[in-house]
Design a protein around this ligand. Sequence first.
Ligand SMILES: *[C@@H]1O[C@H](CO)[C@@H](O)[C@H](O)[C@H]1NC(C)=O
Ligand SMILES: *[C@@H]1O[C@H](CO)[C@@H](O)[C@H](O)[C@H]1NC(C)=O
Ligand SMILES: *[C@@H]1O[C@H](CO)[C@@H](O)[C@H](O)[C@H]1NC(C)=O
Ligand SMILES: *[C@@H]1O[C@H](CO)[C@@H](O)[C@H](O)[C@H]1NC(C)=O
Ligand SMILES: *[C@@H]1O[C@H](CO)[C@@H](O)[C@H](O)[C@H]1NC(C)=O
Length: 434
Amino acid sequence: MHLVVLVFASALSVATLALDNGLMRTPPMGWLAWERFRCDIDCEHDPKNCISENLFIDMADRLSEDGWRELGYVYVNIDDCWSSMERDKQGRLQPDPKRFPGGIHKLARYMHDRGLKLGIYGDMGTHTCGGYPGTPMDKIMIDALTFAEWEVDMFKYDGCYSNATEQEQGYPFMSKALNATGRPIGYSCSWPAYQGGLPPKVNYTQLGEICNLWRNYGDIQDSWDSVLSIIDWVFENQDVLISAAGPGRWNDPDMLIIGDFGLSMDQSRAQMALWAIMAAPLFMSNDLRTISSGARSILQNKMVISIDQDPMGIQGRRIVKEKSGIEVFWRPLSGNASALVFFSRRHDMPYRYQTSLSKLNYTTGSYKIIDVFTDKTVMLKDSTDFVVSVNPTGVVMWYVSAPAKLNLRQLYKGGKLHHHTYDDEENAIPRVFL
Ligand SMILES: *[C@@H]1O[C@H](CO)[C@@H](O)[C@H](O)[C@H]1NC(C)=O
Ligand SMILES: *[C@@H]1O[C@H](CO)[C@@H](O)[C@H](O)[C@H]1NC(C)=O
Ligand SMILES: *[C@@H]1O[C@H](CO)[C@@H](O)[C@H](O)[C@H]1NC(C)=O
Ligand SMILES: *[C@@H]1O[C@H](CO)[C@@H](O)[C@H](O)[C@H]1NC(C)=O
Ligand SMILES: *[C@@H]1O[C@H](CO)[C@@H](O)[C@H](O)[C@H]1NC(C)=O
């Protein structure tokens, strides 16, 4: 099957219903506390890093002053360990008074004043994963109302200390409760991650109708092994996961750990590139106050962000798995463009991988290629062999324009692929090296 046919086929399959709150038509972007700051509540000894309103204010300042917000990174999301151990007299959740003296509503206002949004966290069980008060069935209405009163913009609903029956009731009920508040609140469901992430235990049709995004798999940790295990799981199960995703409904492979301690620059580019292929939410979990310029430039790369944010919202797939350890990933983009990622699992040295666009099933034509991380541009005919040099645990990522001088409507006349001739004076490059 040619790739262009695949585009049309997948475009049809995402015409499924999404949660009708009008939010997250492209994958949400922002910052999330958990991976980098965990449950550090020791503000006395670690005031800079503890889960407190100061941490979220610091991140909001960095997002709005260091060029992140303009690129789409607008959510500032609180994770576990924010609340007091006790509900208040009316039975409402309340923030820890020492660490959040201003309260959550004021923090939300702080975000909104800067063009940012605030996210908060809760758990379907008796307790959150960190042991704080949970939001089981009988607390769902009151907690949804509390979050709406605080003007929160997103809610992550974790699943520790709950069982499958409770989850079946609780996740849809929270969706209704959030809707009933009248405030559009992005809804992130950890449900599938607690049920193995796959059918028949997980019903992705239903998830897309009740949640804007969902975690399918285990938590990311600050290591390449962790990133690789997520990549492997997602692409091994791509046929199930791709059809689940679309505008308003996203698979969430978890946070970006670029700028932390565990990844080299090549591995950081690999995470960014493959998260964009996956149409993943882009939540950084790092310290934006001290991030290196190298990590920043990867996270702020406009072309990789625009690939992630492509309005068609079709999740990409792995199309080649070579014995050499090279893998090729592809994502269809709007305007008949596409993205390609060449990824190396090798541990020796940069590998010179030779292929052609026609071997990757691109239709006849001449394509403008932009290397996402070097900005190099080249014209490439589908039949021309090229070589990419891929670093160990690294990637080469391409934005591939629509084929020039080719009329696809004509190609598909009568529902059949017609071959087409065209002149290509401008592409006299015999062999391309990027
Ligand atoms: C190209 O299409 C052929 C025929 O459908 C298929 O067997 C092959 O796996 C495809 N290759 C890629 C890279 O998608
Ligand atoms: C609630 O759901 C209805 C029906 O699906 C939808 O029209 C409305 O926009 C939703 N409201 C919010 C706040 O999510
Ligand atoms: C799930 O928990 C509820 C209590 O909330 C309990 O009544 C039920 O038996 C449990 N179900 C399973 C399958 O463990
Ligand atoms: C999955 O959910 C959809 C929508 O809620 C429902 O129509 C369908 O029957 C469910 N599928 C299974 C196998 O339960
Ligand atoms: C793809 O190209 C065809 C033919 O040029 C055009 O009709 C169609 O609108 C394009 N699709 C998109 C999504 O731009």
